[in-house]
Design a protein around this ligand. Sequence first.
Ligand code: PEP
Length: 252
Amino acid sequence: MTARRPLIAGNWKMYKTVQEARDFAAEILELVDNVTDVDVAICAPFTALPVLKDELEESIVHIGAQNMYFETQGAFTGEISPLMLKDLACTFVILGHSERREYFKEDDVLIAKKVKTALDHGLTPILCVGENLTLRESGQAAAYVREQVEQDIHGLSPEEVKKIVVAYEPIWAIGTGRTASPQDAQDMCAAIRGTLTSLVGAVSSQVRILYGGSVKSGNIAELMSQPDIDGALVGGASLDVQEFAKMIHGVR
Ligand code: PEP
């Protein structure tokens, strides 16, 4: 099996002022400056990106956004383009987060366009997929997530798929304090890898698959010890710099 480099990505959601982002960036650099074997990213609100660029560009902490439009420019009021994200030193962008799907009605067709555009501009999409509680309890989780993956990477070449990161985030575990068991998370991440294999072949072994849903320093190591879990997408617990640093050190 190809060795996949672990990735711990924070999703700040709609939290942190510019000053709070600046303070966090300065502190995280001090706390993780000796880390060489884990990729770290912070996916921040758009307003915090300039200060993260000032503080973190050229550092080991990568900068990411939480959304992006699929056009590079134009009359799309309120949207942000991949060129604008690149301008702010972003290398990652979260796409298809369940909160975007639920509250902003993003569907798989739109998400697939965004994934393709991100890749075309050299941004690494962190593509989020995951089932709700009803689907989980009715035993349809794997089939549902397989369908999401198929639609969201529709039309991509194996070389393109190799560059994406997939985050398996069961909706019932996001922000609830309820984590999928390591075995359940592993089973779903393995199913996602299996779907990728059926779509694009052997390069699936190089795709990083993250787990997300109430990850914290106390449970990250066990989740990460699973063979198909290559990292974590962390919401709430990424807002606390000490806790975030503890998670990064906890996977090494
Ligand atoms: C998320 O928003 O991507 C997430 C996983 O949130 P939390 O860690 O708070 O469950």
